[in-house]
Design a protein around this ligand. Structure first.
Ligand code: DLL
Length: 432
């Protein structure tokens, strides 16, 4: 179902016109209201009045995750605090999270974007949506919630975890749609089989899965195990959360809600704009956001743009399902983790050496992380209690900094293999 044909099927020339008007307005606003943008726009040698066509977006400076970190917490806010009504966050590269602040209008954009997203997967007001994305600072729970309400579907705000209860509700409430990470969908299916629940015969017939990389193979497995259609949804905290791009019934790329989020693909090394079909880094400009609007934000996600018309009738451009990242960000059970965050935390823990290795495995569809840390030689000659205390301290500190539990293994100095050049900090054994 197309939720908003007026915008989703708009003629391209008309859409470009609206995008240009929004871009000009955005450039003016951030230039006058946000010192950071005034400086970067000036440094690019232009003023907002130099934007005459949508292609002029290339004249504007990029914004990066580091810029967000340096302006934490409120440096990129473009409106007075009393207009902010909601805040979400996700992990940044080191200690500081990435912050998104929403005005009422921003929430309306999100509601609209998510209603289109869920409708793209076939959701209507007759559906019962079991929303197993986390509620809280993470955007997944709230995003699906808003979208469901906008459609008028019934939403079950389950949040993540508690598998037994998820299965009970799935069966007893007859949920027709499920939303969670693709790895959790498979884990849930496995647990259902264990509990002798025949999920194939339940009413659940569609799902929206995202927040982490997944493959066509995983899609086929989810569709087979549940006897359902599994749709890919994409988004990121900085831009709005989920709802930036979504699959339709054609399942051939994800439609970008480009009246709100203007996409570009650039060469990650030179910063040059690439053509449709060329693989590169995805960049978004939030054309209509008010709280924390972003100019040419470098997502570090790799994909390409698809401009050919889609069989579904939507005229919005699509992105290919994601093809990787330009950095070392790991997504563990839906939580974004940077090795630099772990390194930063270890530096502050006495007794450890700055040598560590992160080993990621997927066991029974759940991600497991082992963190090997070299500790000072003296600790190994000490009584084992000292080692155990240090180990549990590291587990505790990592849990509070990263929001996930890691297995920690302390190893003697010089055990972790040294590499010539860039240290190899991550062994990712997951076969996605
Ligand atoms: O993961 C928002 C979201 C919630 C998307 C629920 C979809 C469903 P962050 O925690 O900020 O936001 O993580 C954003 O996750 O830059 C991608 O690297 C990755 N990601 C998100 N969706 C997909 C997807 C949410 N469908 C980061 N496929 C992004 C692959 C994805 N990677």
């Amino acid at each position: 179902m197309i939720f908003n044909p007026e915008y989703e099927c708009m003629e391209n020339a008309m859409r470009k016109k609206l995008q240009l008007a929004a871009l000009k307005n955005l450039a003016e606003t951030v230039y006058s209201k946000v010192p950071f943008y005034r400086n970067t726009i000036k440094a690019a040698g232009i003023t907002p009045s130099d934007i005459h066509s949508i292609a002029d977006i290339e004249k504007l400076p990029f914004t990066t995750k580091d810029d967000l970190r340096e302006n934490y917490p409120h440096g990129l806010r473009a409106c007075p605090q009393d207009r902010i009504v909601e805040v979400h966050m996700s992990s940044g590269t080191t200690g500081k999270p990435v912050v998104n602040e929403y005005t009422i209008k921003d929430l309306e954009i999100w509601q609209q974007a998510m209603a289109r997203t869920l409708a793209g997967a076939g959701c209507t007001r007759d559906d019962i949506v079991q929303n197993c994305y986390g509620y809280g600072l993470f955007t997944g729970g709230a995003g699906v919630h808003y979208g469901s309400l906008t459609i008028g579907a019934e939403v079950l705000p389950m949040s993540s975890g508690n598998t037994e209860r998820q299965l009970m509700i799935l069966r007893d409430f007859g949920s027709t749609m499920i939303t969670c990470t693709p790895s959790y969908a498979l884990y849930l299916a496995e647990e259902a089989a264990e509990a002798k629940i025949d999920i194939k015969s339940l009413p659940v017939s569609k799902g929206c899965f995202g927040a982490e990389p997944w493959s066509e193979k995983m899609r086929a497995e989810i569709e087979e195990r549940y006897n359902m259609k599994a749709y890919d949804i994409y988004g990121l905290t900085e831009i709005i959360g989920p709802g930036v791009a979504f699959e339709c019934e054609a399942q051939k790329g994800l439609h970008v809600n480009e009246d709100f989020f203007y996409p570009e693909i650039i060469d990650p090394v030179t910063g040059k704009t690439l053509n449709a079909g060329q693989k590169g880094e995805l960049v978004f400009t939030t054309l209509t956001r008010e709280g924390t609007p972003l100019l040419r934000y470098r997502t570090r996600d790799i994909t390409c743009l698809i401009e050919e018309p889609c069989a579904c009738g939507r005229t919005t451009r699509r992105i290919h399902r994601l093809l990787g990242r330009t950095d070392d960000m790991l997504i563990i059970r839906g939580v974004n983790i940077f090795p630099s965050q772990i390194e930063q935390a270890l530096i502050e823990i006495e007794g450890t050496e700055p040598q560590y290795l992160i080993i990621v495995n997927r066991e029974n569809h759940l991600d497991e992380v082992e963190l090997q840390v070299e500790v000072k030689k003296e600790l190994f000659s000490d009584e084992t209690r000292g080692l155990e205390n240090l180990r549990s301290r590291i587990v505790h500190i990592m849990k509070s900094k990263l929001q996930i539990s890691l297995k920690v293994k302390l190893v003697e100095p010089k055990t972790i293999e040294r590499s010539i050049g860039k240290a190899k900090r991550v062994i990712d054994n997951r076969k996605i």
